[in-house]
Write a protein that binds this ligand. Structure first.
Ligand code: ADP
Length: 514
């Protein structure tokens, strides 16, 4: 996918143009790529609107950024964690101050409606406040040693230079989920944001600069997959934190295994909402609309399957389809818009190909939508009608594969165990949900749904930053971001023994007299 994107956005040698120019940030300096090449970032709602030109970076730029990050690892590691946190609190206040501007710029480059971009920036703010608080905690522990006059304790230590590779769908929230814990733990970083949304991450990095994070601690290198690969392949990078597609994640994991890097992966999802026969149907319809079509379905937690009890199947689908038909598609900058564009042409092609699969291969019922919108106000953007497939079976491709667009699939079931089986029987395990008024059913489902996140009477989306975020099975590799659990990615434990007996005591060998 990354290669296709690359073809889309032709890179250029430096020429005079009216669009704004942005730079990499390396060792505290804003600079162009040594390649001298640039790429254009366009508004997906109107591709004639060029957001700006960004450096098309190469291996040399990445090497320079890693060198800069490496040169200050000791200084930053030795900066007391509460002091590191103080700077991060300042960063949070800057993000708050500029939230409106950042949200508008995010919608312009990414497409999602303004309110959602506001939520994205807010998530970065919340993450920064919450995680900066760890600067005064970063708890370790003490425990009892086996031998007398011996002390045992455990503390977190930073891992070194971290490479952060991020996707397009949460242009400020996801980079912040990685950046802030990395920094509070005492690491230095090089960020490679997604090529479709570089501005939002640059805004985050500019705010870091203003907050007073020392030069070299935070670096950003823009571009396509090349700088990402260079980061993954560099011997001085100790950790890669990646969010993005499953295909890319797998390549990165293989490479990290070869060089023995710590790797944290957050990848695909095929999330489902179960709607029981006792559910509040209107509430379930509301949740399904938000879960399936928020961010035009381009969330890893999108509700792309609606698993509905046969007794309420007709009522639910009728209400759902009626509401979906009324969703207003348009530019995210227009306050009346419910569903914005999708990110780019390859993204659009993939979604439309899944709609074809749903119709022709799977032979599900296309209840509404199904078309690209290409005329009038839509002609310069990447717009797709919100689409609902009904009468689907659990093994169809549209019920199994991640579509990452405004498409959801309704699957009927007979009883709760069957529904749980349907939800669990996909290769991913990010998020799940159930609508029911029955506390027994709710708790039973909560236990049996094998996902990293589970909602009762809400959609599959809407994670809060103080709880861990991540998925089971093909979604990740067992790590969790956010919460305090993220500290386990960005720090390594050091066990410390202090023997104050004044003699040699051998654990497991000497016997202790009582
Ligand atoms: P998405 O389409 O959801 O953004 P991708 O997996 O295509 O997901 O991209 C996620 C991030 O990974 C982007 O920043 C992209 O440039 C980067 N990337 C793509 N291919 C590679 C690769 N082979 N190695 C490292 N990073 C990559």
């Amino acid at each position: 996918m990354a290669k296709a994107k690359q073809a889309k956005k032709e890179s250029k040698k430096e020429t005079k143009t009216s669009s704004k120019i942005y730079h990499n940030y390396i060792g505290g300096e804003w600079m162009k790529s040594s390649s001298g090449e640039w790429f254009e970032n366009v508004n997906p709602a109107d591709t004639s609107d060029v957001v700006g030109r960004f450096p098309r970076s190469n291996q040399e730029d990445v090497n320079a950024a890693i060198e800069a990050a490496k040169s200050v690892t000791t200084k930053w590691r030795r900066t007391p964690a509460p002091k590191r946190a103080e700077i991060l609190f300042k960063l949070a206040r800057i993000l708050e101050r500029d939230k409106q501007q950042f949200s508008r710029e995010m919608t312009r480059e990414m497409g999602k409606v303004l309110k959602e971009s506001g939520g994205d920036v807010q998530e970065a703010i919340d993450c920064t406040y919450f995680t900066a608080g760890e600067g005064r905690r970063l708890h370790g522990f003490t425990t009892k040693a086996e031998m007398p006059n011996k002390y045992a304790m455990c503390e977190r230590q930073p891992v070194g230079v971290c490479g952060l590779i991020t996707p397009f769908n949460f242009p400020m929230a996801i980079p912040s989920w990685k950046l802030i814990p990395a920094l509070v733990c005492g690491n230095t970083v090089v960020i490679k944001p997604a090529e479709d949304v570089p501005l939002s991450t640059i805004n985050l990095v500019k705010a870091c600069e203003e907050a007073g994070i020392p030069k070299g601690v935070v670096n950003i290198v823009n571009g396509f997959h090349e700088p990402g690969e260079a980061l993954v392949n560099h011997k001085d990078v100790r950790l890669i934190s990646f969010t993005g597609s499953t295909d890319t994640g797998r390549i990165i994991a293989e490479e990290c295994a070869r060089s023995n890097k710590i790797v944290s992966l957050e990848m695909g999802g095929k999330n489902a909402i179960i709607i029981m026969d006792d559910a509040d149907i209107d509430n379930a319809v509301e949740g399904s609309l938000w879960g399936a079509f928020g961010t035009s379905g381009q969330r890893c937690t999108a509700s792309s399957r609606l698993v509905v009890h046969k007794k309420v199947y007709k009522k639910f689908t009728e209400k759902l389809v009626e509401r979906v038909k009324k969703l207003k598609v348009g530019s995210g900058l227009d306050a009346k818009t419910d569903v914005g564009p999708v990110i780019n042409q390859p993204g659009m092609d993939k979604i439309l190909s899944y709609i074809e699969i749903g119709k022709n291969e799977d032979k599900a019922t296309l209840a509404c939508g199904g078309n690209a919108l290409t005329k009038g106000e839509y002609k310069k953007g990447y717009f797709i009608e919100p689409t609902v497939f009904t009468d689907a079976s659990p093994n169809m491709r549209i019920s199994q594969e991640e579509i990452f667009g405004p498409v959801t699939t309704v699957i009927p079931f007979n009883d709760l165990n069957e529904a749980i089986e349907i939800v669990n029987n996909v290769k991913y395990g990010l998020s799940s949900a159930i609508y029911t008024q029955d506390v027994n059913q709710a708790f039973y489902a909560m236990q049996e749904l094998y996902t990293g996140i589970c909602y009762i009477n809400s959609a599959t989306i809407g994670a809060e930053v103080h709880l861990p975020f991540g998925g089971t099975k093909g979604t990740g590799n067992g790590h969790r971001e956010a919460g305090t659990q993220v500290l386990d990615i960005f720090s390594e434990w050091k066990s410390i023994y202090v023997d104050y007996s004044g003699k040699l005591q051998k654990a497991q060998i000497d016997s202790v007299e009582i």
